[in-house]
Design a binder for this molecule. Structure first.
Ligand code: PMP
Length: 764
């Protein structure tokens, strides 16, 4: 029936008669053998096909055919009225655009048998020559995208959830991660031009060692030019026993005709993995029975096999292999991790531990990723310091510019200092209006405690159990996390009064909702009553980090602050961990509870990794501190720090990171709660914005902590390229506090990874 329509068109519009044979493939295409023996292909497009796209195919084929580069391309033939597209009434009642093209002879790459070195090199050369021929094409239809656009491979990433096999999900996640971390951020640095876009093993024709033809310009578009080579590599490697070695010959052939620059060489391997990931993802989303349309899935199994093999490769080694045939200076090898570890053990104090059983040598950071010496990307879900993303270009530029101009102390007038102080204060409620700048959270907390003592004339402090406030002598005494932990004094110093953690999941007032807030708040009152001396201050993180990602129950701070203020003490909010929009629903953690502290301590994210911190308080407390003794910090508040701090605030605002933290954090919490419903070991999921915790327990009744299991899960995630850590007094809470630039795709990958890790630890 359909064939009759096709025959009719051939006769009426092209004056041809002959035999028709349906060609394999997604679209309705026919091989036409005319009665005089000439062969053609009749292609029927989709009903909604854009006529400009058909015209682009024609233009590109003409360009290749006329460029004299030794490549044949399917030339379109005019119909009776001179047009290159005719309308075809399809069997399904739709009108479809059809076009007739000359048949191009040659054997498809996929059927030509094992390629010789010469054929591999010629493929690289042919791709390079084609790039050269297409480079200057100007056509309105090239400015488009489609499902196979390698520059937008991440749009297909949600397909990972459709893969049933757990090992394959892991392989695909790793491939998308490699693409996202190593290719995507560099696409803007790449040369761009019109490319064919689908140099696959069916579209490349060969005769002997020579590539002689190229078919199907239906996916052409403007793209990073190197995508053309990456796509050709991905398909040519499919059936080869040593895919990277063979690909190196293609790269060499390409480089000889069109030299690749360093960025193109860097992204080539991640792009190859991206293309394979795209291919298996699109196959996974195709509806229907594989046996009905086997041609749609021909590359699916080979692509999975290749992807699985490539997933085990270090990106650095893969780059070396791919480029091994290109003459150049030998690259500098990174130091061996084992050697570095030994060296460190000799020269760095042993009380500093190294993360993970297999320590990581991290050599680079960008956005939400860290990269090891092999170029492997790790999704950083733990670094709340590099708040707006590692090495954010805006922040780096602000710091570098100011560093090249001036860096001195705050005894000179400098505009940046007051501008920055003004800007920071504007993020805080009244009456928090006076700033000091220092270089670390510890220094800032030290200063906060001094302010409180100067203002009250008292010495005693109230602290939360499990809290950490810094590494100085005075702060270790205020950090039960340290003094009650290994190597600690084991008991509080006489001036330190420890109050229970306002933990809704554990502790004396667990599970009491808002009443828990009041009850825990009253614990502060009780500690004040039972102490022989009134407190100078109550210091608390607004949400507890080291304490185990604790979100105090509603009403807690209101009640606790009431008790403290009634006793003449001041309230210090340690926002070192949680400030600057991380909690999503507010810029500062204390705002979640509608309270205003007397002193606020800022650190970590304030400089996105540059060592800076601040203390902000009221005019009244500042006046009490002005007792004749000068406060001076050599580095605090220097122009470089202020420039960096300002850039961080700009980025948070301009990139809408607080809002993003709220939205993505909400989705992530929902997904983590879904894991909780399936994994008995997940006792609690809590947090706000992108400050989340997953507490593991062996028994949901007794709350027996699953510390070992939490560590195992963290190690498994590290092996899968995702960095989290455990914390809390029982070391059973998985902490999640990534740079705020984490994407939805990253979050989904983490949830899949955690799901697999929890399954693993449960089976052991
Ligand atoms: N306060 C809190 C809540 C912290 O988490 C930390 C560091 N982990 C500090 C203070 C101390 O900051 P720094 O390490 O910059 O001295």
């Amino acid at each position: 029936m359909a064939q009759n329509g096709a025959k009719r068109i051939l006769g009426r519009r092209y004056g041809l008669e002959g035999e028709l044979r349906r060609l394999p493939g997604e679209n309705e295409n026919y091989l036409v053998t005319a009665t005089d023996g000439r062969r053609f292909v009749l292609k029927i497009g989709l009903p909604d096909a854009n006529p400009a796209d058909v015209d682009l195919e024609r233009v590109l084929a003409v360009r290749i055919a006329s460029a004299d580069i030794g490549l044949a391309a399917p030339e379109l033939l005019p119909a009776d009225d001179g047009s290159f597209g005719v309308l075809y009434a399809s069997g399904d009642g739709t009108q479809r655009p059809a076009r007739l093209m000359r048949f191009v002879t040659g054997t498809p790459w996929s059927e030509a048998g094992a390629p010789s070195t010469a054929r591999l090199r010629d493929l690289g050369g042919a791709v390079a020559r084609m790039i050269g021929a297409l480079e200057s094409v100007s056509h309105p239809a090239t400015d488009r995208t489609h499902a196979w656009d390698l520059a937008r491979a991440c749009t297909q990433r949600p397909a990972v959830d459709r893969i049933d096999d757990a090992d394959r999900r892991r392989v695909l996640d790793a491939a998308f991660q490699l693409y996202s971390a190593c290719a995507l951020p560099r696409l803007s640095e790449l040369r761009r031009s019109v490319i064919h876009g689908d140099v696959n093993d069916e579209n490349v024709l060969v005769e002997g060692d020579r590539v002689t033809g190229i078919l199907d310009f239906g996916d052409s578009l403007i793209n990073p030019t190197v995508c053309e080579l990456a796509i050709a590599l991905a398909y040519a490697m499919l059936a080869l026993p040593q895919p990277l070695a063979a690909a190196a010959q293609i790269v060499r052939g390409h480089h000889a005709v069109r030299p690749l620059d360093e960025v193109e060489l860097d992204v080539l391997f991640p792009l190859v993995c991206g293309r394979l990931a795209l291919s298996v993802s699109i196959a996974a989303q195709r509806p229907g029975d594989r046996s009905e349309n086997p041609n749609w899935f021909v590359t699916e199994e080979p692509a999975w096999r290749l992807l699985t093999e490539l997933a085990g490769q270090s990106p650095r080694a893969a780059r070396e292999l791919l480029c091994g045939e290109i003459p150049r200076d030998p690259p500098r090898a990174p130091p061996a991790t084992g050697e570095l570890l030994e060296h460190r053990a000799r020269r760095i104090g042993p009380s500093l531990s190294v993360a993970y059983r297999a320590p990581l040598q991290i050599v680079r950071g960008a956005g939400q990723y860290l990269y090891d010496e092999e170029g492997r990307p790790y999704l950083d879900l733990i670094n709340n310091v590099c708040h707006v993303g590692h090495c954010h270009p805006r922040v780096v530029e602000a710091g570098a510019k100011q560093m090249a101009r001036l860096n001195t102390n705050t005894r000179y007038l400098h505009r940046r200092l007051v501008d920055y102080a003004e800007r920071l204060c504007a993020t805080l409620p009244d009456p928090l209006r006076v700033c000091w700048f220092v270089c670390s959270g510890s220094e800032a907390n030290e200063l906060a405690v001094r302010l409180a003592r100067a203002h009250t004339g008292r010495h005693d402090m109230l602290v939360l159990d499990g809290a950490y406030h810094g590494h100085t002598n005075a702060l270790i005494e205020l950090s039960p996390y340290k003094f009650l932990g290994p190597g600690g004094a084991g008991t509080p110093a006489p001036h330190v009064h420890v109050v229970p953690v306002p933990d809704g999941y554990r502790g004396p007032h667990r599970g009491q909702g808002r009443d828990a807030g009041q009850a825990y708040g009253d614990e502060v009152g009780r500690a004040i009553e039972t102490s022989s001396r009134p407190p100078a201050a109550f210091i608390a993180e607004s949400l507890m980090g080291c304490g185990g990602q604790i979100v105090p129950p509603d009403g807690y701070f209101e009640r606790a602050f009431e008790h403290v203020r009634r006793a003449g003490g001041v309230c210090i909010a340690d926002e070192v961990h949680v400030g600057f929009g991380r909690v999503g629903h507010a810029f500062w953690g204390f705002e979640l509870q509608d309270v205003v502290p007397d002193i606020v301590v800022l650190g970590k994210p304030i400089g996105n990794g540059h060592p800076m911190a601040a203390v902000i308080t009221t005019q009244e407390i500042a006046a009490s501190f002005d007792n004749g003794m000068e406060f001076f910090s050599t580095f605090g508040g220097n122009p470089v720090s202020c420039a960096i701090g300002m850039a961080v605030l700009d980025v948070i605002e301009e990139q809408g990171l607080q809002r993003h933290a709220a939205r993505l954090g909400e989705r992530l919490s929902v997904a983590l709660r879904e894991l909780q419903s399936r994994h008995a070991i997940v006792g609690d999921v809590r947090g706000s914005g992108l400050f989340l915790g997953v507490e593991l327990v062996r028994d949901r009744e007794t709350l027996e902590p699953a510390g070992r299991e939490a560590t195992e899960a963290v190690e498994r995630l590290r092996a899968d390229g995702m960095l989290v850590a455990t914390d809390g007094p029982l070391n059973n809470v998985i902490k999640i506090k990534p740079p705020l630039v984490l994407t939805e795709g990253d979050a989904e990958m983490f949830v899949r990874g955690l799901d697999a890790a929890l399954g693993d630890v449960a089976r052991r």
